[in-house]
Ligand binder design. Structure first.
Ligand SMILES: Cc1cc2nc3c(=O)[nH]c(=O)nc-3n(C[C@H](O)[C@H](O)[C@H](O)COP(=O)(O)OP(=O)(O)OC[C@H]3O[C@@H](n4cnc5c(N)ncnc54)[C@H](O)[C@@H]3O)c2cc1C
Length: 589
């Protein structure tokens, strides 16, 4: 299997030109950071994740995490070793709050590091990724005592965090959960219930695991309004902060699944486990959303990050595998498959979508940095709106593409792609979970249409479309008129789709159009980001092949991928009737 080469130049390019890192580091919260320092960290991270973490990816798949007869869970040995090095090198602390030992870098820089970790080994990356979301939730909503007890250990990576929502009867419908929280006399709570599918719910890489658990207090109202969030450690820390007493938390079993075998997916039992409430009673979803929004961006990144690794491997394979004779090649030769137009199409499709979604996801990260740290209210609000609008798109479009692109990666290998030894199949299997967890992609589409589209009476979407329109004249004067033309058409289609959805009297009609609408949105947004990159690249494309490739990629995307957006308009606007016309169960036999 080929090695992983982190796309550091593209990460720096996107941080500079899409996130505007120079502006972000000018905020007082980041006065200790400058772009050179951040970029130096990325160079170091690239070395670490390609040399230390990437080689563990195959082990994760073939050995997997194992639940032992005594109930303990053992991660693949190479994971444990790499995780120890990860903690020792301080990678977990890069964007952590400085008062708890973090380096306080912008989240957008943290995302670049996370991309490299995800491409290197997605199953491994889930553990630190969930810890970083838990840190956010505790930092934003926890008590001072809670922060003092948990944050330093989570930031360093000495302990890891989990996100504990799902129950057998409560998946997408979180409000149906039944886990109970009963008050103890000392202000803590007794947590009882069974949770399923808990990622890294138990393992042997650290001394303690900090579970963030959703449960209901007595008399809580039904649905999501009656949910509270609790921190429930696997081992209760003693007065010195060291993990001490067991806490009735156990891993009952782990799932056998399609991919991410290295990541233990646990059924967790909480039996009279002591927990402490995070934030206020019945406000658990608010606190959990802090964690979930962060995690949704990161899951979107999983799709793109795994696709990047799949692309690198497919590209290399296409230069060494020879089959047939390409048009124009000497009669005596067989050609590398990269010379065939259809293979080129597959490679260009992978490259263009990856670079487009990378920019989309980093724009969200930059918006979140602005939301939390910009000194002026207007910029903070704009950041908050941008992140809210684009997070469901980044999550769902990024992860749908993760599956599609890793499938193309398999296709480029031909038969060997279907054989496990090449590693290409693992990327495809690993990527398949990302459209399901962290809110299925269907739920993301509903979020986009029912909650995000109506923001500010539709003006948030309109502002985004106006931003796209604003670069079209620039593109035309930079000799990129073909891109401008396609953007204009795609923008018109999305505007029409948005207006239709906003005007639906029957909610089922809007819900029926949600998934194709999100796809249109993602298709257009990525073309816009690639167009912005092309505008930057025009200045130096003549002397720099990498920049010239940016122009070519933006052109390819706009002329060959973006037109799908217009094709989706009839699906968005078809309403729900056709979906319910047939009694599917009656005609299935
Ligand atoms: C490997 C793995 C790791 C996971 N990690 C975690 C974790 O760490 N913590 C955690 O709490 N959970 C975790 N989960 C659970 C995951 O978040 C849920 O599986 C997911 O939210 C979907 O819930 P469900 O499986 O019950 O599917 P369901 O909710 O039953 O959904 C089934 C289908 O119906 C659709 N659907 C459901 N409701 C609606 C609706 N209202 N409108 C339209 N369509 C709808 C869905 O989109 C989906 O296609 C994990 C799951 C897996 C498989």
């Amino acid at each position: 299997m080929s090695d992983y080469s982190p796309p550091v130049r593209d990460l720096k390019f996107v941080l500079e030109h899409i996130c505007d890192l120079n502006e972000i580091v000018s905020y007082p919260a980041f006065e200790h950071v400058d772009p050179e320092l951040a970029f130096g960290a990325l160079d170091e991270a690239a070395r670490f994740f390609s040399e230390v973490v990437a080689p563990t990816n195959r082990d994760g798949d073939t050995i997997g995490s194992i639940r032992n007869d005594d109930g303990t869970v053992t991660a693949p040995p190479s994971f444990k070793k790499a995780y120890g090095q990860y903690v020792a090198a301080g990678w977990g602390a890069v964007k952590g709050p400085m008062e708890y030992g973090g380096h306080g870098f912008p989240g957008s820089v943290g995302l670049a590091i996370l991309e490299m970790m995800t491409s290197a080994n997605m199953a491994f990356s889930l553990c630190p990724m969930l810890s970083s979301s838990a840190i956010l939730a505790i930092d934003a909503h926890g008590s001072d005592e809670m922060k003092a007890t948990y944050l330093e250990k989570l930031v360093s990576g000495e302990w890891t965090g989990t996100m504990v929502l799902t129950e057998p009867e409560a998946g997408s419908d979180v409000g149906a959960l039944r886990a109970k929280a009963t008050p103890n006399e000392d202000g803590s709570w007794a947590i009882d219930g069974t949770k399923i599918f808990i990622t890294w719910g138990d393992h042997d890489m650290v001394d303690n695991i900090v579970h963030l658990v959703l449960a209901r207090t007595p008399e809580a109202p039904p649905g999501t309004k009656g949910i509270s969030l609790f921190v429930v450690p696997k081992l209760i820390p003693d007065s010195s902060g060291a993990p001490a007493d067991t806490n009735g938390v156990s891993c009952v079993s782990i799932e056998h699944k399609l991919g991410i075998h290295g990541s233990p997916t646990c059924v967790m039992a909480f039996e009279d486990s002591t927990g402490w409430m995070i934030g206020e009673e019945n406000q658990g979803m608010r606190a959990m959303f802090t964690m979930m929004n962060d995690a949704r961006l990161h899951v979107g990144l999983e799709g793109m990050g795994v696709a990047e690794r799949s692309y690198q491997q497919a590209l290399e394979y296409s230069t060494t595998r020879t089959q047939g004779r390409a048009v124009g090649a000497p009669k005596t030769e067989v050609s590398p498959i990269i010379e065939h137009p259809d293979v080129r199409r597959m490679l260009m499709t992978m490259k263009a979508y990856i670079e487009g979604t990378r920019a989309l996801l980093f724009d969200i990260a930059g918006a979140i940095d602005r939301e939390h740290h910009a000194p002026d209210e207007a910029t903070r609000l704009a950041g908050q709106e941008r992140a809210a609008l684009l997070t469901p798109v980044g999550k769902a479009f990024g992860t749908d593409l993760g599956v599609e692109l890793t499938s193309i990666g398999v296709q480029i290998h031909g038969g060997p792609g279907y054989i496990e030894e090449t590693g290409s199949a693992q990327f495809f299997r690993d990527a398949r979970i990302a459209p399901i967890y962290e809110g299925t992609n269907g739920i993301q589409a509903i979020d986009l249409v029912m909650r995000k589209l109506p923001m500010r009476g539709g003006d948030v979407v309109d502002d985004f479309l106006a931003e796209i329109a604003a670069i079209e004249p620039e593109l035309r004067s930079a000799d990129l008129g073909a891109i401008a033309e396609r953007l204009e058409t795609g923008r018109g289609a999305l505007a029409e789709a948005s207006a239709y959805l906003a005007s639906c009297d029957n909610p089922n009609d809007a819900l029926a159009g949600a998934t194709p609408y999100l796809r249109m949105f993602g298709l257009l947004a990525c073309s816009y980001y690639l167009a912005r990159q092309a505008l930057v690249a025009t200045a130096s494309a003549a002397d720099d092949d990498w920049m010239a490739a940016k122009l070519a990629t933006a052109r390819f995307y706009a002329t060959q991928l973006l037109p799908q957006a217009g094709g989706l308009l009839p699906s968005v606007m078809a309403g729900a009737d056709q979906l319910f016309e047939i009694d599917l169960t009656a005609v299935s036999a």
